[in-house]
Design a protein around this ligand. Structure first.
Ligand SMILES: [Zn+2]
Ligand SMILES: [Zn+2]
Ligand SMILES: [Zn+2]
Length: 278
């Protein structure tokens, strides 16, 4: 399984769009190394998780074939995870020779509502018919393009049921953001269904920021709790790797610092463009 982090920032990006804090200024001084765009992951160059407004920049900047993506799993409808308007360009005169004309788009009811709102003005019928929408409920499993996928409830917002994903191909990935500490049922469901992770990706919005963390996201302290729980439920391999992502400017995610702090705790801090095979 090839995994590529395309974006590793929280909603505001890093440097944040309108911010002049010391960390954002430091990031601006070395963009080649420090720039973090909104969160997105590409698996095996054909399965994608989330579709932020930066998706176009990811495809063009990293030079991969966005039309080869057959499966899109969306965690929730927040704008840093789902920018529906871009899909009006997926066909007609805007896209020729697409590698995979049909896209299966999975998300909760709010994601599908945002898709309909966002594409209402400009979507052409010929483009729309190549995008198949699938509404997901938490605690369900389905097969997509040969992957076995579990959708699980995130603890993120009372306004919609955000989803976590477990993706089983030749290896197994747990994608855990955006979320605070997940419910006990998440671990139980994964154990019952026999999902055992080779790689885990954690929401680490707060990193090591001091003080009380809101229950909508995690930092290193919460990531450690989840890792321990996963071990107790035996849903991670002994040699599993733990990546952390979705960093906020408030937690000073400058690479040297955040990579060092993550490593001290047995995590790997993701950065934009980070690619590896498990
Ligand atoms: Zn987010
Ligand atoms: Zn800032
Ligand atoms: Zn969110």
């Amino acid at each position: 399984m090839e995994i590529r982090y395309l974006g590793t920032a929280a909603a505001e990006g890093f440097p944040a769009a309108f911010c002049n804090c010391e960390y954002c200024r430091a990031a601006r001084a070395d963009l080649a190394r420090e720039w973090r765009t909104r969160s997105q992951m590409l698996v095996d160059r054909k399965l994608m998780i989330d579709f932020p407004p930066d998706s176009y920049v990811h495809a063009a900047g990293f030079g991969f074939d966005l039309s080869a993506v057959r499966t899109l799993l969306v965690t929730h409808s927040h704008t840093d995870h789902f920018y529906a308007q871009e899909f009006v360009n997926r066909g007609y005169k805007f896209a020729e020779g697409m590698s995979a004309p049909i896209l299966d788009l999975y998300g909760n009811s709010e994601v599908l509502a945002v898709y309909r709102e966002g594409t209402r003005r400009e979507m052409r019928e010929s483009v729309a018919q190549n995008i198949r929408l699938h509404e997901l409920q938490p605690y369900t499993c389905f097969t997509a393009d040969g992957y076995e996928v579990a959708a699980l409830p995130a603890s993120h917002t009372p306004k919609e049921q955000a989803l976590l994903y477990a993706v089983r191909g030749d290896k197994t990935l747990f994608y855990f953001n955006d979320t605070g500490l997940p419910d006990e049922g998440v671990y139980r469901f994964l154990a019952e269904r026999g999902f055992v992770a080779d790689v885990v990706s954690f929401d680490c919005t707060f990193a090591d920021a001091p003080g009380e963390h809101s229950a909508r996201h995690m930092g290193f302290a919460e990531n450690e709790i989840v890792r321990e729980k996963m071990a107790r439920f035996r849903i991670i391999r002994q040699d599993a790797k733990y990546y952390v992502t979705h960093f906020s400017h408030n937690s000073a995610p400058l690479r040297d610092r955040i990579e060092r702090e993550a490593a001290r705790r047995g995590f790997i801090a993701a950065y934009d463009g980070m690619t590896f095979t498990v």
